[in-house]
Design a binder for this molecule. Structure first.
Ligand SMILES: Cc1cn([C@H]2C[C@H](O)[C@@H](COP(=O)(O)OP(=O)(O)OP(=O)(O)O)O2)c(=O)[nH]c1=O
Length: 191
């Protein structure tokens, strides 16, 4: 039995390593469509499921293998922010999130054979008020471009985060307690 992370995200890779999981990586190639008319948490779960299913369907994945998929979005006043398309998009996201509380939601999906378990975690994050110079110079680090909401709490983006309430690893891209709960259902314990 193998555990397979259906993700190209180095953050998810690091978080799984952190809890001592032995796993392989097969990136899913699924393109998220954040315009889909679904409530935010359902949207994140839908994409997480899609990513895991795309990998679970591959020939090299056996029936008793466990596939993990995840999707992280930022939600502010009902608006969903995925990864910024370009620099201008990143500026707009950070300008909107500046000084505001928002939610980070990660949908998680675990598949084993024909069984599929899904869940999500929500963390409230409060960004400090940012001036144009801070936004410009943060974007110049290159860090925001592959992160939902255009910041990375685990990187220099920590300088933007006033406070959080909820699961930290959820913000980084994989809520570990939520994942462990799903993995237990699939017969795997990390502790
Ligand atoms: C808010 C926030 C997001 N992120 C990241 C986590 C996710 O990798 C990314 C959101 O993009 P996702 O589409 O969830 O994932 P991904 O494209 O990186 O990887 P894959 O689809 O192959 O699984 O944003 C951080 O690293 N730090 C943060 O503080």
């Amino acid at each position: 039995m193998k555990i397979i992370l259906a993700s190209a995200s180095p953050r998810r890779y690091e978080l799984l390593l952190q809890i001592g999981c032995q796993f392989e990586v097969i990136a899913s190639q699924v393109e998220e469509d954040n315009q889909k008319k679904l409530p935010p948490a359902q949207l994140a779960v839908f994409h997480a499921r899609d990513k895991a299913l795309a990998v679970a369907g591959q020939k090299l994945v056996a029936d008793d293998d466990i596939v993990i998929g995840a999707d992280t979005i930022v939600v502010h006043k009902g608006k969903i922010f995925g990864k910024p398309k370009d620099k201008e998009d990143a500026i707009n996201m950070l300008t909107e999130l500046s000084g505001q509380e928002h939610h980070v939601i990660t949908g998680v999906s675990v598949i084993k054979g024909r069984r599929i378990w899904t869940d999500f975690a929500v963390t409230q994050v409060h960004l400090k008020q940012l001036c144009c110079h801070e936004i410009e110079s943060y974007i110049a680090t290159g860090e925001p471009m592959d992160k939902a909401g255009a910041y990375a709490i685990q990187g220099k983006g920590a300088l933007l985060v006033e406070s959080i309430s909820g699961c930290y690893s959820n913000v980084v891209g994989l809520p570990l307690v939520t994942l462990a709960r799903l993995m237990e259902k699939a017969g795997v314990r990390f502790l």
